[in-house]
Design a protein around this ligand. Structure first.
Ligand SMILES: Nc1ncnc2c1ncn2[C@@H]1O[C@H](COP(=O)(O)OP(=O)(O)OP(=O)(O)O)[C@@H](O)[C@H]1O
Length: 434
């Protein structure tokens, strides 16, 4: 391993991630571990230069105040005790709330006391991961479900670098992807990077299953279950696969809970595979935050529009083609969404607005086209900003941009005769319509 490490022990703090991010921003690698880490576990971590005892409001569990194990106190490593409640007790000093003062304390600890080197960067990370992946996988084979989203794309690029043809990627086109996405996956991974890529066009299969299904929950369930079925079928056709690559990232793990935090949820796994299909997991991004995943993707040569892709729901366009999906309305949705993205790009909004897309509902309105009555769907524009997806505000799009988008959609997309702009923040509206 190339990097020095500062270990953060979670003694009931809600700010483990914040402090981890602060230290990484200083160019030093950090990992968050449970408070009762054993001497063996601590000893197994490479290049540890110091330990932060990160206390906070959850420190008292069942009336007992938790503390780090003796192994930590006897390790001889420099220790920094932090209490985010600002209280000082026997072991814990108080902790500055202001960012500048906090960073000063961290810098002093990390560089002066621990003598850590500023060697956390993507070049070192990639070099380390390539070694680790080769060590884990040996001459065996790895399977990866490649969506074309940020996380699985970066995992694919990293695995291709590490093990080349020992990796097989499976990309499922369920017919609900955005315009150009499946083509880009084939272009980037198969043509440019020379990956083993199985491209499955399962559009008919998904759309047939979804025929006449109007309930949003049912739609989501059908799409999820069918995805697992298609993926399983493809996996069974391949011989001798022992490993499954996954785009697990650090927030998935941190949010899933250390010992003092509540379990939140587990993401990113291609869950639901049958029990006889047990794979060992390869999760090379599991210590990276999202912006680091993007930096890693860029360093591996992935295109910007893949690395900075806006979030896209698992069921894809299926939840934006409201009610029972029909092929013609889905096509109108895909085309209007592509125009919106193109115009946002031209207007410099693409990197600025968090999420933007169109929705096509299952009702029509009267219009006039070429001097004749038309009866067509509306396209609804949604453009929102959020920090944590729990709340969202509306992007105030320039009127000229909106007018241009309206002109293009109503003239270029068959079946659309109106464009509407959704002004609802979250709450009350969710970001997606279904
Ligand atoms: N169309 C698809 N083809 C192949 N694999 C897919 C597809 N959709 C999802 N997956 C797999 O399921 C995982 C979780 O999917 P989800 O839609 O939750 O994406 P995500 O969490 O945004 O991850 P990503 O950024 O990789 O898309 C993906 O990382 C990928 O491995």
């Amino acid at each position: 391993m190339q990097q020095d490490m500062i270990v953060i022990l979670d003694l009931g703090s809600e700010q483990n991630t914040l402090i981890a991010r602060d230290i990484r921003s200083l160019g030093v690698y950090t990992e968050i571990h449970p408070h009762d880490i054993t001497a063996d576990q601590l000893g197994a971590l490479p290049n540890v230069r110091g330990v932060i005892l990160n206390g906070g409001p959850n420190r008292v569990v069942d009336g007992v105040s938790i503390d780090a194990s003796d192994a930590v106190y006897q390790s001889g490593l420099p220790l920094l005790a932090v209490d985010h409640q600002g209280k000082a007790d026997q072991n814990l000093g108080s902790w500055p709330q202001e960012e500048e003062a906090r960073m000063d304390v961290l810098k002093q600890f990390v560089f002066d006391q621990c003598k850590a080197q500023k060697n956390w960067n993507m070049e070192n990370f990639i070099a380390d991961q390539i070694d680790l992946i080769r060590e884990q996988v040996g001459d065996k084979k790895v399977l990866l479900a490649l969506s074309g989203g940020v996380d699985s794309s970066v995992v694919a690029a990293l695995l291709i670098r590490a093990i080349g043809k020992q990796l097989t990627c499976v990309h499922v086109n369920h017919g609900l992807l955005r315009k150009g996405e499946p083509e880009q996956v084939v272009e980037v991974f198969q043509k440019q990077m020379g990956a083993n890529l199985v491209y499955v066009d399962a559009t008919d299969r998904f759309l047939t299953k979804l025929e006449n299904v109007a309930d949003p929950e049912k739609k989501r369930k059908i799409i999820g279950a069918e995805f697992i079925r298609v993926f399983e079928e493809e996996a069974r056709k391949l011989d001798g696969i022992q490993f499954l690559g996954q785009g697990t990232i650090y927030p998935d793990i941190v949010e899933s809970g250390t010992k003092t935090a509540k379990m939140v949820k587990s993401h990113h796994n291609v869950g639901g595979l049958p029990e006889d299909m047990q794979f060992e997991l390869v999760e090379p991004l599991k210590m990276l935050f999202k912006d680091e995943v993007r930096a890693c993707g860029t360093a591996l040569g992935l295109p910007d529009n893949m690395v900075y892709r806006q979030p896209f729901p698992g069921p894809g366009l299926g939840v934006r083609c409201l009610g029972a999906i029909t092929r013609d309305r889905l096509e109108a949705l895909r085309e209007s969404d592509a125009i919106l993205r193109e115009e946002f790009d031209k207007a410099g909004l693409a990197g600025k607005v968090w999420q933007y897309f169109t929705v096509v509902p299952d009702f029509k309105s009267v219009g006039v086209r070429d001097n004749a009555r038309s009866f067509e769907w509306p396209a609804i524009i949604r453009a929102v900003n959020t920090v944590d997806a729990m709340t969202a505000t509306i992007e105030q799009i320039d009127w000229d941009v909106l007018a241009r988008i309206t002109q293009r959609i109503t003239h270029e997309v068959p079946g659309i005769n109106r464009v509407l702009y959704d002004l609802t923040p979250k709450p009350v509206g969710t970001i997606e319509w279904e």
